[in-house]
Ligand binder design. Structure first.
Ligand code: NAD
Ligand code: WQD
Length: 353
């Protein structure tokens, strides 16, 4: 039986782009997706979520899909029985920072307990290689910029979401220390934005978007009236928040490189690696870039700061180049144009209306 890559949460935004990136490689990757479609659209008359169906169309390749919750040990184990799983990319999680403050138990059950269940089933099936979706949020308030992987983690984090990412990394470090068979590559994403060049898959937040780029694109397409800029009194060049936005396809390709790293015999242990561009852009710069890419005016109003926001963060990207041989190639204009192609072609996301 050919070896497979199990992708939890593979029907989501980053996951679906990573499935596409893997299938677009020359290596014959066999992909198995596990997703409970709690944040992925699946039409009633379909057996696979829309993003997976579209990726199959785009690549002409098949994706095995299982509608399974990572907290369901029995069903998850059955997936491992059906396939020769070589390694796992673990995207499945709840990720809305604000929601996590209101629903901490749900976030800890999925993001931590679900991850522990996954590790237990992996171990039972002799699978010891994992790529984990972490977040720059584990760094809390930056003590220096750019942020490198030696920056302290777990300090000053306010949201249960951010804490869940930090706690999962600590659990993974302990597991790797307890058994040298384990290799974990924890990818700390900065701010993923953009969409596949086809415009067929992209970010599809349910309800009002929390994040800047999907909010701007929904203003541009007329679904929202104006953007509220959360604060213009930060210690940044124009006073608005600065972030390291990374094209989701660059991010996906970073996962392809991480899979190649996992396959090297010499990489046992826990490795945290930033995935960013190393460049920060302010909110006002993002607005201007999107207006230029879309040809649409983005009305905005400056209001007070959002609770929990930091002034600026952007990545030191030297380790990702050293360990993964990977760097970003797509520009801010690419991020905005690809977002606009997706949004303008799919004003209601994957749902047809
Ligand atoms: P997403 O919500 O689009 O994808 C997550 C997927 O996981 C969804 O398809 C959802 O249905 C699935 N899922 C959720 N709970 C599940 C469960 N219990 N069992 C099985 N499947 C489940 O989110 P995304 O933006 O693609 O993020 C993917 C990962 O990257 C997450 O772990 C997130 O924390 C991390 N991350 C995202 C960002 C970002 O800004 N998008 C930044 C840093 C890290
Ligand atoms: C970016 C900038 C806002 C919306 C979050 C999570 C992080 C990760 C990525 C999962 C900030 C400003 C935003 C708006 C605005 N997610 N903004 N008006 O907060 O850097 O990171 O998403 O891991 O964990 O915290 O991203 O896109 O929400 O905000 O002015 O309507 O845009 O203040 O400066 P953030 P964001």
């Amino acid at each position: 039986m050919a070896s497979s890559i199990l992708i939890t949460g593979g029907a989501g935004y980053v996951g679906s782009h990573t499935v596409a990136a893997l299938l677009e490689q020359s290596e014959p990757y066999e992909i198995v997706v596990v997703d409970n479609v709690s944040n992925a659209y699946m039409a009633e008359d379909q057996m696979k979520p829309e993003p997976i169906r579209i990726v199959e169309e785009l690549t002409g390749k098949n994706v095995h899909f299982y509608n399974v919750d990572i907290r369901d040990a029995e069903k998850l184990s059955e997936v491992f029985n059906q396939h020769n799983i070589e390694c796992v990319i673990h995207f499945a999680a709840l990720k809305a920072v604000g929601e996590s403050v209101a629903k901490p138990m749900e976030y800890y059950q999925v993001n931590i307990s679900g991850t522990c269940t996954l590790f237990d089933i992996m171990r039972k099936h002799g699978v010891y290689k994992l790529v984990y979706s972490s977040s720059s949020t584990v760094y809390g308030e930056p003590q220096m910029l750019p942020i490198n992987e030696s920056h302290p983690t777990g300090l000053g984090m306010t949201s249960p979401y951010g804490k869940s990412k930090f706690f999962c990394e600590e659990i993974m470090k302990d597991i790797c220390r307890s058994d040298t068979k384990w290799t974990v590559v924890s990818l700390r994403y900065f701010n993923p934005v953009g969409a596949h060049r086809s415009g067929r898959i992209g970010e599809h937040p349910s309800g009002i978007p929390n994040n800047l780029m999907p909010y701007i694109s929904q203003v541009a397409v007329g679904r929202l009236p104006e953007l509220l800029v959360f604060g213009a009194d930060y210690e940044t060049p124009d006073g608005t928040g600065v972030r390291d936005y990374i094209h989701v396809v660059d991010l996906a390709e970073g996962h392809v490189s991480a899979i190649r790293l996992l396959r090297l015999p010499s990489t046992a242990g826990f490795h945290a690696i930033n995935l960013g561009t190393g460049v920060g852009y302010s909110v006002l710069q993002m607005i201007k870039a999107f207006e230029e890419a879309s040809g649409r005016k983005i009305p905005y109003r400056i209001v007070g700061r959002r609770a929990g926001d930091i002034a600026a963060n952007y990545a030191d990207v030297s380790l990702s180049l050293k360990l993964l041989g990977w760097r970003t190639t797509r520009t801010l204009d690419d991020m905005c144009r690809d977002t606009w192609r997706w949004q303008s072609g799919n004003p209601h996301g994957f749902k047809k209306s």
